[in-house]
Design a protein around this ligand. Sequence first.
Ligand SMILES: Nc1nc2c(ncn2[C@@H]2O[C@H](COP(=O)(O)OP(=O)(O)O)[C@@H](O)[C@H]2O)c(=O)[nH]1
Ligand SMILES: [Mg+2]
Ligand SMILES: [Zn+2]
Length: 301
Amino acid sequence: MSRVDALDLGLVVAGHGRHYIVETPEGRRLTCHPRGKKSDCVVGDRVRWQVSGDEGVIEGVEPRRNLLFRQDEWKTKSFAANLDLILVMVASEPVFSESQLTRALIAAEDAGIEARILLNKADLPNIDSARDRLRPYAAMGYMVHEAALKARPDEARALIDPILAGRTSLVLGPSGTGKSTLINLLAPDARAQVGEISQALNSGRHTTTTTQWYWLDASRTTGLIDSPGFQEFGLRQVSAQVLPSLMPDFAQHAKQCKFYNCTHLHEPGCGVRAALERGDITETRYRIYGEILHELSQTRY
Ligand SMILES: Nc1nc2c(ncn2[C@@H]2O[C@H](COP(=O)(O)OP(=O)(O)O)[C@@H](O)[C@H]2O)c(=O)[nH]1
Ligand SMILES: [Mg+2]
Ligand SMILES: [Zn+2]
């Protein structure tokens, strides 16, 4: 057993800058600081730590099962690690961006994590157009669920509880879609769980500016992670060649392409463009593919 293996195990439940909140197996929470760059960690990480005064020092991070992150030209932003499910939330209002949705789904595919879509605010009149825009995502194989978290909370719980039970899930989505409403519905003691501590980490600000872990059950088997909204969702971690394989509607039709290295932009005998002509791939998805491919083909200096 190495020196680090002999240390206590903990779960990272919140983080901000170089401060982390680590939870012990007994459920005690304490502020920890990483020792050196090597112990940089994210929410969901299992870490080895030891006491240092009334705080803790993180000495090492256990190997990760997976890591969800986004990467633009200059920086990498990690969402969380060791996830079973990514719940991408959208709503009938505000109108959601299919580009953001697609990017989140691609990042999940790339990280090897199951993703589902949750459409909220089913009580509002705009629901029909939101539903229409999500139909292609269901057709390409994603589970698409619909709820009215605020208007019909009991019904929403009955739908969502079994999906999350016993797993670690990350909620992702633009602000205003109902992420906090979901957390407060499923974790009624949400404030008590991380509130005070994150208040300290956030220096008193009220909106979600850090990623936070909530337990949904007393036996602490079901974890739900809330993350702050984001503007950009860079996918620089993905190589241009594998991009179509991370988009299920493209992957399916790319098998028919004449050239194995088809970019689906202008080659003859392209199965993807044939599917686009038939309407089996939507104009929107094809446009988003082109935009992401273009980003990934930019030279980095
Ligand atoms: N009409 C309607 N409004 C909702 C529903 N769920 C949440 N909201 C409202 O949408 C707004 C944003 O919700 P919030 O949970 O703060 O979203 P967040 O920014 O994703 O955390 C709030 O005013 C909520 O009351 C719903 O099912 N129907
Ligand atoms: Mg919120
Ligand atoms: Zn092609």
